[in-house]
Ligand binder design. Sequence first.
Ligand code: B12
Length: 289
Amino acid sequence: MNSYNKKDNFGLRLKQIRKKMGLNQKKAADAMNIGSSALANYENGIRFPNEVILKKIASFYKVSLDYLFNNIVAQDSNIVTFNNSKYLDLLLSKEYSLALDYILNYVETGVTLLQLFKNAITPILYMVGDLWEQNRISVIDEHLISEEIEKTIAIVSLKYEKKEFSEKNCLCVAPYPELHLLGIKMLSELLKFNGHNSFYVGKNTPSQDLIKFIIDNKITIVLISVTYSLNFDSAKNLINSIKNSKNLQNTKIIIGGTAINKSNYLELGADFYSSNFEDALQTVENILE
Ligand code: B12
C-alpha cells in the first residue's frame, strides 16, 4: 500500500499507450518480441527495461524516449507541454495549491478547455485509478485527489469565456447511486463553453424531480453518464421514465461513461452513445442542427 514513487510514471505511461492502441499485454508483448510477464512488470513498475528493449518499445508505440520518460503530452495539433508526472506528484504529495497553480499556468499557455480536460485532467484520473487498483495508493488518497480535481474543474472553467447561450437546453446527469461525476461535470462545462445552456445536477437526484426539471426548463437533450456497471439498470429506469413521460418523447438522450459501449446503449433506450468528449459535443451539434 502507498508504494507509489516517481519512477512508476514510466509504467503508467506504458500502460496508457498500450490501452490507447486497444492492445492487451500479450498482443503488445508478442508484437515487440518480449515476454508478456516482462511487459507486465514494466507497466507495474516492478522492473525497468534495458536500453535495447526501451528502443523496441518506443519504436513499436511510435513515441520518443523523451515522451516515455517525461510524460510530455502531445496535443491535438500544436505541441504544448504538460508534465503529467509532475502534476500527479504534486497531488499525491498533497501540495494542492501548487497543483492548482500548475494547472492554471497550463491554462495561461492558451490551451483550450477541451485540451485541458482531455489531455491533462482525464489521464490523471485514469492514472489514479490504476494506482488504486494496484493497491499502490490508498482509498483516502484517491478520494482526496478526486475532491481536488472536482474543485479544479470548477476553478479552471471560470477562466474560459463562455459563448452566448443558445436557446436549447442540455441537462447533464448521472443515475442514482452513481458517484462518478467528474466526466459528466467536465462535459457540462464544455457544452457551456460551446454556447449551450447546460445544467449539471450532480448526484442522487430522484427521477421524478429530474422529469419535472426537464419539463419546466424545456430541456431538449439529456446527457447521462454511467461509470459503475452496477448502475446500468438505474440508468435504464431513468431513461424509461423520461421516454414514457407525456411531452418528453422528443427529448433526445445521449449516454456515455465507461459502463456503456456501442453494443449495450440501445438496450438502455438511449438515442445516442458517445465514448468521449469530442464525439459527445459533435452529437449535440448534430441533434440541434
Ligand atoms: C475518481 C474515481 C472515483 C471517485 C469519483 C469522484 C467523483 N466526484 O466523480 C469516488 C472515490 C467517489 C469513486 C467511487 C467508487 N469507485 Co471509482 N473511480 C474513480 C476513477 C479513479 C476515475 C473516474 C473518472 O473520473 N475518470 C475520468 C473521466 C473523465 O473519465 P470517464 O468518466 O470515463 O469519461 C470519459 C468517457 O467515458 C466519456 N463520458 C463520460 N461520461 C459521459 C457521459 C456522456 C453523456 C457521454 C456522451 C460521454 C461520457 O467522456 C469522458 C472523456 O473521454 C476510476 C478509474 C478509471 N479508470 O476510470 C475509478 C473506477 C471507475 N471506480 C471504480 C469503483 C469500483 C468504485 C467504487 C465501487 C469503489 C468502492 N468500492 O466504493 C465506488 C463507486 C460507488 C458508486 N456508487 O458509484 C472502478 C469501476 C469498475 C467497474 N467495472 O465498474 C474504477 C474503474 C476503478 C478500478 N480500476 O477498478 N471512484
